[in-house]
Write a protein that binds this ligand. Structure first.
Ligand code: SF4
Ligand SMILES: [Zn+2]
Length: 359
């Protein structure tokens, strides 16, 4: 186990377990879109290797098929009439049998057969994407429903994956999972991270730009951008408390979006852009989203609301250009531009090792 793994596992200590009986967590990013997260023991990469230092999807227990069935019918079914897009995840990878057993997957797919949604998204690690799993999903999915496989990816930069995020991801495995998903007639969406630690803002920005391009070049049908949130009980949070990591500026995201073509913009979704303040029950242990100020917060969130509901690239570009020219009373946007103009820099592997060893 490497030094980042040990430190991240230590940071997870004491995090609250999911309260008994909270089998599903539902989140509604848009009126016709539900994200349903199924309780599980947690991600195997987190358990086994202390991956990834910004992530805490929670820790609970695996459900029995009966528990899952009753939760789906009592909690999710009432929302299904208004739902067009359903995103299904677990605390790690929904297609990983160490979290969601084969029997539970059958229960889930059987339930989904009755739901008339236009798009079903399964959030998973690329290692869990197999021909058998996809074949099973295909067998159960009603005709006319588009299946999307959403995979955590974060970055195409090996240094960022290994030394900054401690993400255990083999890009070759991801490439194979993309090919297989397409062969099975399904779409691919990849999650890209903005704000890796141990890089300055200019480097964070450039690395994410490059990672978006990698995803496009490797045939991802769409991308989800995740600006960094500092979640309690993570190593990222510890780095923040020690002054080694700062929250990213909220303005980095629209500036990044402006650098993308209309074609790519059409394929972008946003997640955790500051719309979620809590992860644990009762507002305990709030997370720290990207920063803005009282003067620009509403301007930015108004932009996000419009951006999300608009799906034409050309219109999205107009929204971004309008936002970036909008007269502001604060200096947040200018400060972000200034930081992005500095030359890129990152800590070396040895420096990171020393920092973590001395935490
Ligand atoms: S980001 Fe994905 S792979 Fe990494 S710990 Fe979280 S759930 Fe696991
Ligand atoms: Zn501001």
């Amino acid at each position: 186990m490497n030094v980042l793994s040990n430190a991240n596992l230590k940071a997870h200590m004491g995090r609250p377990l999911t309260p008994e009986g909270k089998f599903l967590t539902l989140w509604q990013p848009a009126p016709d879109f539900i994200h349903c997260c199924i309780e599980s023991r947690g991600c195997r990469y987190s358990h086994n290797y202390g991956a990834c230092i910004m992530c805490d999807y929670g820790i609970g227990r695996n459900l029995s098929p009966n528990e899952l069935k009753s939760a789906l019918y009592s909690q999710l079914l009432p929302h299904m009439n208004e739902t067009n897009i359903l995103l299904l995840g677990s605390y790690g990878s929904i297609l990983d049998e160490s979290e969601i057993s084969n029997e539970c997957l059958t229960v889930l797919l059987d339930f989904l057969k009755k739901c008339k949604v236009s798009t079903l998204i399964f959030e998973t690690h690329c290692e869990s994407v197999t021909r058998e799993k996809l074949g099973k999903i295909k067998e159960f999915t009603p005709k006319g429903t588009q299946v999307v496989i959403e995979m955590g990816y974060e970055s195409c930069d090996q240094f960022v994956l290994h030394n900054c995020l401690n993400k255990f991801l083999d890009l070759k495995v991801l490439e194979n999972a993309i090919t297989l998903t397409h062969e099975m007639g399904m779409l691919v969406t990849l999650n890209v991270f903005l704000g890796a630690p141990f890089l300055n803002p200019a480097d964070q920005f450039e690395t994410t730009q490059r990672s978006i391009q990698w995803a496009v070049d490797h045939d991802a049908d769409s991308l989800v951008l995740f600006p960094a949130n500092i979640k309690p009980f993570t190593l990222l949070h510890k780095l923040y408390l020690k002054g080694i990591y700062s929250p990213i500026s909220q303005w980095m995201l629209p500036i990044l979006l402006q650098s993308l073509s209309e074609v790519v913009l059409e394929r972008i979704s946003l997640s955790w852009y500051g719309d979620r303040k809590n992860f644990y029950e009762n507002g305990e242990y709030p997370l720290i989203p990207p920063t803005d100020c009282d003067n620009c917060h509403e301007v930015l969130f108004d932009f996000y609301r419009n951006f999300i509901t608009e799906n034409k690239g050309i219109k999205r570009k107009e929204l971004i250009n309008r936002l970036l020219k909008y007269p502001l009373k604060c200096n947040c946007r200018n400060k972000t531009y200034d930081n992005l103009c500095k030359s890129q820099s990152r800590y070396s592997e040895n420096e990171i090792f020393d920092i973590i060893s001395n935490l």
